[in-house]
Design a protein around this ligand. Structure first.
Ligand code: AHR
Length: 626
């Protein structure tokens, strides 16, 4: 590497520019080799998801009514008209939703009576044909009116009437609800009946639900705007887990078998992020999410360790056995033939064929919070049982810390490594995977910039530098995922997040970090190409790769100075350049302003075959040859 590169000479004035031009191109010169290099993992970029920041309930899960199972008392519900409402445990909807919403109506009531639900800090009414579902019980025959109405404005965005014949048992009702698009999320759900028809009585409602038209029209499916934005990233896998898999206690762990089947048979649970999870987004919904977005599922399984143990975890020895057995049942549910006990349960829920699960991660961050000492034993118990039953499954540890792992780690196992760091530290870790023990493949199950409210441009460049660092090593770094993925801006436990949103219809805040993920993931090579340069890494970083159509060069400029760049790539005459940049390192897209957007242009090679362009301050660029 030259110590005084042309780019540095260029900054010294006119004479230096003349000298540097005589000695070669001004700026950084990169020569990309057309062969050699290492293979790149086809799974490299993907997603990590857990219900944090109301990213499942209130987020990507399509159901829009909050606390619809009434597990959090009357939160989000209010009485409408002259009735009063209460949580009623004498008239449970099911044994797993052991309550219903009771409306008591006075003898002399008039007008309408019913209830409203405020949604998850509002309801995004996107103009599609919604569906509402509820159960009703009582002595009532007549019309039920369901409306979506503006808070304060009382503007009606939807109204439908459904005839109901209620009885002593709960009756299931579903109806379409055509909507007009609302300008914001300030909308509530209202269900009413004629008060005189139920005067002096009580009516009971169970598990009211409201869905927009879902992504790919899946029943109990995903919210389309959030699924669509994920689709633009073209990720390869979905890991679901995190702290919310572990739970705050053993009892509050994610229990796969309580997240399957009809939603009225799912009890939900207290999640690890301070709110109740309906688990309407359950195991099969995650697997359909994978199917609909072309993602390889990574099944996280509880490994005998909860976050705030209250003294009873980690579980080791014989205590672990039922949990190991439970994972084998889960795997049979997912992978078993329909002739097996759990495979047939899956088939009874409409899925005759096994799901294509090939990867299982045992636990989450077991290096933290007192999990390390027992992890080798716990991992081994799960590994031995899973590997014996399913030898082809790719098993992943929940930590890469050798102090927590069995020695030796069984052959073929991948190690999950997490990094949340300030931008400078992400950059400092550029070479981390250059210098690691290459005998184990790695999964970077979570990474992101830290200490910012919204992902900043500097943070996104730092992430890009880190990503370039692991993409260069993507023969051993098999997969990597930003975390957390989503954030409902009104109800946040962790910042920054990749894709914030509000309940304004179609709201998606495309952060600089989102753009970097999108640019890097959607443009991938299968082979990493060697690059020679007349400059050292820093402040500009690069990685080149190729697939059968193109050569791709990814670049990051982690600094406030503009950098001139020249690419020489054999047989390439031009290409397409996407750049995301800001002169302001702290620039961020928020719910009130969008200041960073990528630019795109075609670039053509000069007569000598080189492609020259400028990297702006604090920028990330992807060149794809034509
Ligand atoms: O991504 C947020 C949290 O960070 C995850 O739940 C946990 O795995 C990590 O500590």
């Amino acid at each position: 590497m030259v110590s005084s590169s042309p780019s540095r000479l260029c900054s010294l004035g006119k004479l230096a520019i003349v000298l540097s031009l005589l000695s070669g191109a001004c700026g950084i010169n990169l020569s990309v080799s057309s062969d050699g290099g290492n293979a790149s993992s086809p799974l490299l970029y993907g997603f990590m998801f857990e219900d944090i920041n109301y990213s499942g309930d209130g987020g990507i899960y399509g159901q829009l009514l909050k606390n619809n199972g009434l597990q959090s008392e009357l939160n989000a519900f209010a009485a409408v008209g002259s009735g009063t409402i209460a949580v009623d445990t004498e008239n449970p909807l099911t044994s797993t939703i052991p309550q219903s919403l009771r409306i008591d109506v006075a003898e002399d009531a008039s007008g309408v009576v019913g209830f409203s639900n405020s949604g998850y800090w509002g309801i995004p009414v996107d103009g599609s044909v919604f569906q509402t579902i509820f159960w009703v019980k009582g002595s009532f025959t007549g019309d039920v009116t369901v409306r979506l109405v503006g808070n304060g404005t009382e503007i009606e965005y939807a109204s439908t009437v459904v005839s109901v014949e209620a009885a002593d048992d709960f009756t299931y009702i579903t109806t379409d609800l055509p909507t007009e698009k609302a300008p914001d999320g300030e909308v509530y759900y209202e269900l009413t009946v004629d008060a005189s028809a139920v005067a002096g009585q009580s009516l009971y409602f169970g598990l009211p639900q409201l869905f927009p038209e879902t992504f790919k029209s899946r029943e109990n499916g995903l919210k389309p705007n959030l699924a669509n934005v994920l689709d633009t990233i073209k990720g390869s896998f979905l890991r679901w887990g995190g702290n919310n898999l572990e739970g705050n206690s053993e009892d509050q762990r994610w229990k796969w078998n309580e997240t399957i089947g009809p939603v009225e048979d799912r009890p939900g649970r207290q999640g690890a992020w301070g709110y109740y999870n309906s688990d309407g987004l359950g195991l099969m919904e995650y697997l359909y999410w994978c199917e609909d977005l072309g993602l390889a599922p990574i099944l996280g399984v509880w490994a005998g360790f909860a976050l705030q143990s209250g003294g009873n975890t980690p579980f080791t020895g014989d205590v672990l056995t039922p949990y190991v057995d439970d994972v084998l049942n889960e795997l049979e549910f997912v992978l078993g033939d329909k002739s097996t006990t759990y495979g047939s349960l899956r088939a009874s829920y409409g899925e005759e064929n096994p799901f294509p699960v090939t990867m299982v991660e045992i636990g989450n961050e077991d290096n933290l919070g007192g999990g390390c000492e027992s992890y080798a034993e716990r991992f081994t118990a799960f590994y031995d049982a899973i590997h014996a039953a399913y030898p082809d499954l790719q098993i992943i540890t929940s930590t890469a810390d050798p102090a927590c792992l069995p020695s030796p780690v069984p052959e073929g196992v991948w190690l999950d490594y997490h990094l949340y760091a300030v931008p400078d530290d992400l950059v400092a870790d550029f070479g981390y995977f250059d210098n690691l023990d290459r005998s184990y493949p790695y999964f970077i199950g979570e990474y992101a910039q830290s200490e910012a409210t919204w992902p900043t441009m500097q943070g996104a460049v730092g992430e890009a530098v880190y990503m370039i660092g692991f993409e260069r090593n993507s023969d051993v770094v098999k997969m990597a995922a930003y975390a957390p993925l989503f954030q409902l801006v009104n109800a946040t436990q962790w910042v920054p997040d990749l894709i914030p949103y509000t309940q304004t219809p179609d709201s998606v805040i495309e952060t600089p970090s989102y753009y970097v993920q999108q640019m890097f993931s959607a443009n991938r090579g299968d082979t990493i190409l060697p690059v020679t340069s007349d400059a050292e890494f820093g402040p500009v970083y690069w990685v080149a790769s190729s697939n059968e159509d193109s050569v791709i060069v990814k670049l990051a400029n982690y600094g406030a100075d503009v950098q001139d760049l020249t690419l020489s790539i054999p047989d390439v005459t031009g290409g397409h350049l996407t750049i995301v940049a800001s002169d302001d390192a702290a620039a961020a897209n928020t719910d009130s302003e969008t200041v960073v957007v990528p630019t795109e242009k075609d670039v053509t090679a000069a007569a000598d075959g080189s492609v020259a362009f400028t990297l702006p301050a604090w920028s990330v660029a992807v060149f794809v040859s034509s």
